[in-house]
Write a protein that binds this ligand. Structure first.
Ligand code: ADP
Length: 582
């Protein structure tokens, strides 16, 4: 039943019950009133008239007042005949009164009239008693009916009071609960109400909505699951090992390649803390090492390629650590939600690099012998015992000699760099006199300096301490720095070679080569020691390897090398090596 109909019926029923109760009460009150009125009008009046007539009789019936009083009351009584036998008694009374009027002194008539009157009064008193019993009965019946109707009204009103609000409030409560369930994403929630009420319509609309939401949710979920699968497959099929961590360094995913190189099993790592896995796994330990550092340090880290032995072969990987940050919906600040470690497999490049290094090493080694023999032959050509060469031929021989020496320098630099690249720098560290190094370097560059009329100035104290160094490699470095200084200086200028003792944590010897040439722009300061780097616009005759090899040689001996330069005022290259402990 519709709520509207139910409310109308309930209120209507109450209304009807009130009317019924009022009707029943009115009916019985009316009956009781009639009963009492009956007594009052029909019998009480007769008693009163009879009493008045008796009083008149007791007074003197000869007086006009008494006769009039009696006559009036008799007339009234004649108009108020209500009981059985009352008419006959009244008529007899009237006859006796008529006789009395004719014979006022006849005593017997008085007696007879008195008897008539008392009979009349008796009849009416009996009637009063009977009617009072009837009224009592009416009151009893009224009580009973009012009680029955009242109880009925009470029961119906009570049942309405209990059921009507409940029948409206309960479905509302149920709907509210279901809406809350839906709000907490439990889309399987349904409500079931009697279909004919408005709540039935509401329930069916609600169920349709829930069904659609459920369908939408499950289709979305399926889509999301599909996307997740796709991404997982993508990551798994990547040739580079990938490991994903959440913001608490808990492992979220590890692709097949990463499992292969780490020797781990997916079930053993997913959901576990990386730190816990790192305890037993060296690879994971070195991978998360940077993550465990305070953030600013880990970012500026330059990652060295990692050599990993897996799958029966050595592979090289370059580690890349990505911090995953998102800006949550409605917020403006970024939030870290995890990290991804990608190991880029650089084995093919490394293999190519090895091949290149080997090739350079072989070629430069093979070139060294013919170049040396060319230089030997040129030396013989210069000797007069072999034969005289004219001035023009001498010039040609000199050119060939210069080019051959350059070739020899280049091949030796190439050989050196192959040593550096293969990590095979062989050092012979021993106590060395710095003066010998300076002397060797200056001697071997003197001819070059003289060509441009450049003076090499040496500033070195007499009592310089000995250093722990590979004298051959250090001499090579100093020679290279002086050669550069001469090459990039203007003619007729000077190059200052200075050696002095400094304390940088420990006693050190500082070698510096200063020129007054064109200098180097400060923006190249970081790149100048890189392999194959040449300042743009400078002479291309070199290889760009000299400074790179110098750096490796000095670093290998535990020293450091740096450059200070101003464009136009010249450059100053310096290196530092430890003083030998006595
Ligand atoms: P190269 O064989 O080209 O000289 P280096 O590694 O010795 O290789 O030097 C790298 C580059 O640095 C050079 O090409 C040159 O441009 C620059 N350079 C080196 N030394 C000096 C210097 N003293 N003055 C100016 N530029 C220099």
């Amino acid at each position: 039943m519709k709520i509207k109909a139910r409310l109308t019926l309930g209120v209507g029923l109450l209304f009807f019950l009130i009317i019924l109760l009022a009707g029943v009460s009115a009916k019985y009150i009316n009956a009781l009133t009639t009963d009492t009125e009956n007594i009052l009008v029909a019998n009480y009046n007769t008693l009163d008239y009879s009493r008045q007539m008796l009083l008149a009789l007791d007074e003197d019936m000869t007086t006009d007042v008494s006769i009039k009083k009696f006559s009036n009351n008799l007339r009234r009584q004649q108009n108020n005949i209500t009981e059985v036998g009352e008419r006959e008694l009244t008529e007899r009374l009237a006859n006796d009164y008529e006789k009395l009027k004719l014979n006022p002194n006849q005593e017997l008539l008085y007696v007879s009239i008195r008897k008539d009157l008392t009979d009349l009064m008796l009849i009416n008193m009996q009637a009063i008693e009977r009617k009072s019993n009837i009224a009592k009965q009416t009151a009893k019946t009224a009580n009973m009916w009012i009680a029955v109707t009242g109880t009925l009204c009470f029961l119906i009103a009570f049942s309405l009071l209990i059921n009507l609000p409940r029948s409206i409030a309960n479905p509302i409560k149920e709907i509210t609960r279901s809406i809350k369930e839906i709000a907490s994403q439990k889309y399987s929630e349904r409500v079931h109400f009697e279909s004919s009420s408005e709540f039935g319509d509401l329930a069916s609309a609600f169920n349709t909505m829930a069904e659609k939401l459920e369908e939408y949710d499950s289709s979305n979920l399926a889509k999301l699951l599909m996307e997740k699968k796709r991404i997982e497959t993508l990551i798994n099929n990547m040739h580079d090992p990938v490991i994903g961590l959440d913001e608490n360094k808990r492992i979220l995913f590890v692709n097949d390649e990463a499992l292969k190189i780490s020797g781990l099993k997916s079930n053993d790592v997913i959901g576990k803390k990386a730190q816990d896995i790192a305890v037993t796994n060296d690879l994971i330990r070195s991978l998360i090492k940077d993550l465990m550092l305070p953030e600013k340090n880990s970012e500026s880290k330059i990652n060295q390629p990692m050599k990993i032995y897996a799958d029966n072969k050595e592979s090289y990987f370059e580690k890349e650590l990505l911090n995953i940050e998102i800006t949550p919906t409605g917020e403006s600040t970024k939030q870290l939600i995890g990290h991804v470690i990608v190991l880029r497999n650089i084995t093919p490049f490394k293999e190519l690099d090895f091949a290149k290094t080997n090739f350079i090493a072989t070629v430069s080694h093979e070139l060294k012998t013919p170049i040396s023999s060319i230089l030997m032959s040129l030396k013989l050509l210069e000797d007069n015992r072999v034969g005289n060469v004219n001035e023009e031929q001498k010039l040609l021989v000199q050119n060939i000699k210069d080019d051959s020496e350059r070739l020899l320098k280049i091949t030796s630099e190439l050989l050196n760099i192959t040593q550096v690249e293969t990590g095979k720098i062989q050092l012979t560290l021993q106590q060395t006199n710095p003066k010998e190094i300076i002397q060797y370097a200056v001697e071997s560059t003197r001819a070059l300096a003289e060509q441009s009329n450049i003076k090499i100035e040496i500033k070195a104290a007499n009592n310089l301490p000995q250093i722990t160094a590979d004298s051959e490699k250090t001499s090579w470095v100093l020679t290279n720095l002086i050669t550069n200084a001469i090459r990039y200086s203007y003619e007729n200028s000077k190059v200052i070679v200075e050696v002095k003792e400094v304390v940088d944590g420990q006693p050190m010897l500082n070698f510096s080569v200063q020129d007054f040439g064109k200098g180097i722009d400060s923006k190249y300061r970081d790149k100048i020691f890189d392999r194959y780097f040449q300042v743009p616009g400078s002479s291309k005759s070199g290889t760009g390897l000299g400074l790179a090899i110098s750096k490796e040689f000095i670093n290998a001996q535990g020293g450091k090398i740096w450059m200070e330069s101003e464009l136009t005022t010249g450059s100053k290259f310096s290196f530092q090596l430890a003083v030998a402990s006595v």
